[in-house]
Design a protein around this ligand. Structure first.
Ligand code: GRF
Length: 205
């Protein structure tokens, strides 16, 4: 019996290259899933065009009232799609429990640094600077659960190191990191969907 494709909702704020990786993987069968909706907090997020090209419903949702209201309303919108997984792929807002409590162990985030290193914005730039100061000799990426408002520090699902080379520029490092992210995100979502990877806490841990 064919199992039903997993239902994904993707939240973005910008370029959407990771969204594109998910869309491509759904299309070519690497990912047994469908992206049902793409939501952005910015109207100029290029990822919206990527979704529209694939005829996927998009929604731009601006904050007008309080943050608490925004998050609760956003949760209502996302819930319409009945997602199995909510994927933060370059979503540049911290989500409060008003959102997160509606999707326990179902919200995942991608961050371009190793666990515990460079949380928050400009992580790649900060890693590059740290390398040049001799403080680190490699960097990495991770996919983690988002159980609370902690910034880029939820339970790690998968992380991977990414080398930094002496002749790297910020651009070359960014390209290497993004390519690694595209692969890791698709693979992690696939493993979650197939049950190969169990989100921490699902066994009463
Ligand atoms: C990625 O580096 C991701 O790790 C971070 O934001 C970036 C999004 O890139 N959270 P894109 O919009 O998917 O191209």
């Amino acid at each position: 019996m064919m199992t039903k494709p997993a239902r994904l909702v993707v939240l973005i704020s910008g370029n959407g290259s990771n969204l594109q990786a998910l869309l491509d993987a759904c299309q070519d069968g690497r990912l047994p899933a469908r992206v049902l909706g793409v939501l952005s907090n910015r109207g100029d997020a290029y990822g919206l065009q990527r979704a529209e090209r694939r005829h996927i419903p998009t929604l731009v949702f601006y904050q007008t009232g309080s943050r608490a209201e925004y998050d609760a309303d956003l949760a209502e919108l996302v819930a319409i799609f009945q997602p199995d997984w909510v994927i933060l792929a370059g979503w540049m807002r911290v989500l409060s429990m008003n959102f997160l409590r509606h999707f326990p162990r179902r919200v995942i985030n991608l961050h371009p640094a190793l666990p515990g290193q460079f949380p928050g914005v400009h992580a790649i730039e900060r890693a590059f600077e740290a390398y040049r100061r001799g403080q680190i000799d490699q960097t990495g990426i991770m996919v983690h659960l988002v159980p609370d408002e902690g910034i880029d520090n939820g339970p790690v699902l998968v992380s991977r190191t990414v080398p930094i080379h002496p002749d790297d520029t910020l651009d070359s490092l960014e390209s290497r990191i993004h390519a690694a992210e595209h692969e890791l995100l698709v693979d992690t979502v696939r493993r979650l969907i197939t049950g190969e990877l169990e989100p921490p806490g699902t066994n009463g841990e």
